[in-house]
Design a protein around this ligand. Sequence first.
Ligand SMILES: Cc1ncc(COP(=O)(O)O)c(C=O)c1O
Length: 460
Amino acid sequence: MPGNSVVRPALTVPGAAVDDEARHPVEPRQGTLTHSWVERDQAVVWHGFTQMSTYASNAPIIVERGEGRELIDVDGNRYLDAISSLWVTTLGHAVPELDDALRSQIDRIAHSTLLGNGNRITIEFAEALAPRLPMDRPHLLFASDGAAAVEQAIKIAFQFWTNQGISGRTKYLAFGGAYHGDTIGSLSIGAGGFGTSVFDPLRFPVLRAPGFDSPDAISGAISLIEEHAGELAAVVVEPLVQGAAGMQMRPASEFAALGRACVEHDVLLICDEVAVGFGRTGTLFASEQCGLTPDLMAVGKGITGGYLAMSATAANDRVYSAFLGADLSEATLYHGHSYSGNALAAAVGLRHLELIDEWDVMANVSARAGQLDGLLTARVAKLSGVAAVRQHGLMVGIELAPPTEGLRWGRRVSAACVAAGVLIRPLGDVVVIMAPLTITATEIERIVDVMADAIVSVTS
Ligand SMILES: Cc1ncc(COP(=O)(O)O)c(C=O)c1O
């Protein structure tokens, strides 16, 4: 494609070992500007989930700007952002309507604290978001990252019981393969992996149901709820799709029984919709198609369309009410972040919600998901190097089947896609496609064409 003749290997995979570069080399030929920016980058920036000693040799893209669903690097090369910038971008990059919302809010105020005071645009945003959440009269506690939203949810669940004088509700039930973020609390609820085992001594123990790769995931969780209800503060689940586990999925129809078990045994249900929320799976929130009405919900990533760092923990009326009491009383939730409810993020989040309706974005998600399903079935699923293709809405995991370890198929297939101008990032040997919600039919074709060619070139 024009302006994209460079060969670029994929970005570093979380937890991927620095392995047999020599046997399976990828030869980065970075443009002049990229080369010097990578040097400057490496001198001062520490990238998350990235081994910095090999950062430069993995030929990272240095993005200068975005246009629609494309990223443009400092050398002018264009990349179709098929991972929605790590699952945050919904409508695209440099969306004029979102840019305008940001600009007009800047003329008013960028930020004022939500601790003990309010901000007009944050109220307007919460008023618009709350009725869309599949919950009973939610109240929103804003934070900045998904992990913080989960952390807030698990703390709220704990204090919900103590506020009512109920002791012993100190445990959490979570799933194998779960990923809820990188703070110590969210890491504890998560199942580990991604190179995070060094932190295992810091993780508090949780009850662990099977992962979504097991048909017993939900029934196993229900048995544990029945057995341990009196000790459980909450059950934490990623409805429909465990993204970071390699896009492991359960059918929507299985989840209602989990919700019923929580109600029957009076255990709080926390739905972590940080990854699946804001349209990714075909409904605005995955809980909707799962028939779940969570007590607490964590949202983040797409909440501002991928523009600004914002997340939120939504608590239903029952949970919220348990925190009401006298001024300065112990019933208060003594938790809150400096940038909670940031006004710029709220302004963009509000306009983003309006645009989802004005543009009928969910209709596009449905059409493009159907198209993607057909193309992946016809062109990718049957390839000999592919073990499985998993998809819910626009969330896709293509599990590769390397015959031996150390072949780095995930990374190399992604590298080949990036070389062809489609930005892809794998989770181990699962190659992820997470297209923006406004992706076009032509762009879907391009992603699948590039992906199929990349898989064939690496695996045959
Ligand atoms: C389900 C889920 N929860 C929480 C998080 C953490 O979000 P953040 O990276 O914004 O802290 C992620 C990130 O991928 C996620 O997939």
